[in-house]
Design a protein around this ligand. Structure first.
Ligand SMILES: Nc1ncnc2c1ncn2[C@@H]1O[C@H](COP(=O)(O)OP(=O)(O)OP(=O)(O)O)[C@@H](O)[C@H]1O
Length: 269
């Protein structure tokens, strides 16, 4: 395979004076043992926008995404350095209560992973763990989360039935509803539609576009059409680095870097 330069980059600066920034990373490195999977990534994510992370398999997209709410902490022999600034706090610092932080920065995984419980309990489980007992309030949150995830109409008469009886696409929207029930500011999604059929995929995409009014969304996707349909910004990852970061329409129509152009036009990856 052709090798591209790792120093030839184009990364737009989104600074606080011109943009409302929800989250910013500064020189993030991630090691799995001796394998340096992320080699110094600095990106800022604008509030109420969708940012796609794209790039060939193994370039570090999921690793970087997981570092944004410290999911890599769960993996043995992993080291993360650099800053992840959220509301003037470096969430990578030892003092941060990870459990609390993840209420603000939620995550949805590739495969729908509802609990083997009812639809209602899937959404209320974590809220109850956090001490919420008021039935009326819980009912309200279930309704608004399902509405926001575009699942209310199908689920409202089956709230106490098993979530596992839902279709794959509906299960994934339930997982989105479960994440937004915690009222996060930021939603991280790792290929949320890759296990879904085209109709379910387009429903999940519509849901995400509607959600950006309330949330900042960062999504890993292998699907170039999806990145160009739903995202405002796109970061192209290559061998653990970000090579190009820009508005999505520029990445897909006038990329500045050859590697990006070759990747988005399907020449490698
Ligand atoms: N849990 C892990 N333990 C050890 N190494 C890992 C782990 N997860 C990822 N890696 C390694 O880190 C590098 C980046 O992997 P990562 O999954 O982040 O890439 P990716 O761009 O998301 O790939 P894909 O598109 O195939 O999902 C790879 O070399 C991979 O083998």
């Amino acid at each position: 395979m052709k090798e591209y330069s790792l120093t030839d980059t184009h990364i737009i600066e989104l600074d606080k004076t011109t943009h409302d920034i929800a989250l910013a990373t500064n020189d993030i490195h991630v090691w799995y043992g001796t394998n340096e999977a992320i080699k110094g990534v600095s990106l800022a994510f604008e509030k109420h926008k969708i940012t796609s992370l794209i790039g060939p398999s193994g370039c570090g997209k999921s690793t970087y995404l997981r570092s944004l709410n410290r999911m890599n902490d769960e993996i043995a022999h992993t080291k993360v350095t650099g800053e992840i600034m959220y509301q003037n706090t470096d969430i990578n610092s030892k003092q941060v209560d990870v459990y609390e932080m993840r209420k603000h920065i939620g995550m949805v995984f590739q495969r729908p992973n509802p609990f083997s419980k009812s639809i209602y309990e899937n959404i209320t489980f974590a809220l109850k763990q956090h001490g919420m007992k008021d039935k009326k309030k819980l009912d309200e949150i279930v309704e608004t989360s399902l509405k926001q995830a575009a699942l209310w109409d199908q689920a409202k008469d089956n709230l106490h039935k098993s979530a596992l009886a839902l279709s794959g696409g509906q299960q994934q929207r339930l997982c989105i509803a479960r994440a937004i029930a915690m009222k996060p500011d930021i939603l991280l999604l790792d290929e949320p539609a890759s296990a879904l059929d085209p109709i379910s995929t387009s429903k999940v995409e519509e849901t995400l576009i509607n959600l950006k009014e309330d949330y900042t969304i960062i999504i890993v996707t292998h699907n170039m059409q999806q990145a160009s349909r739903i995202s405002d910004y796109t970061a192209f990852f290559y061998m653990g680095k970000v090579i190009e970061y820009d508005q999505t329409r520029r990445i897909f129509t006038r990329p500045k870097i050859q590697a990006t152009e070759d990747y988005v036009s399907g020449h490698f990856g």
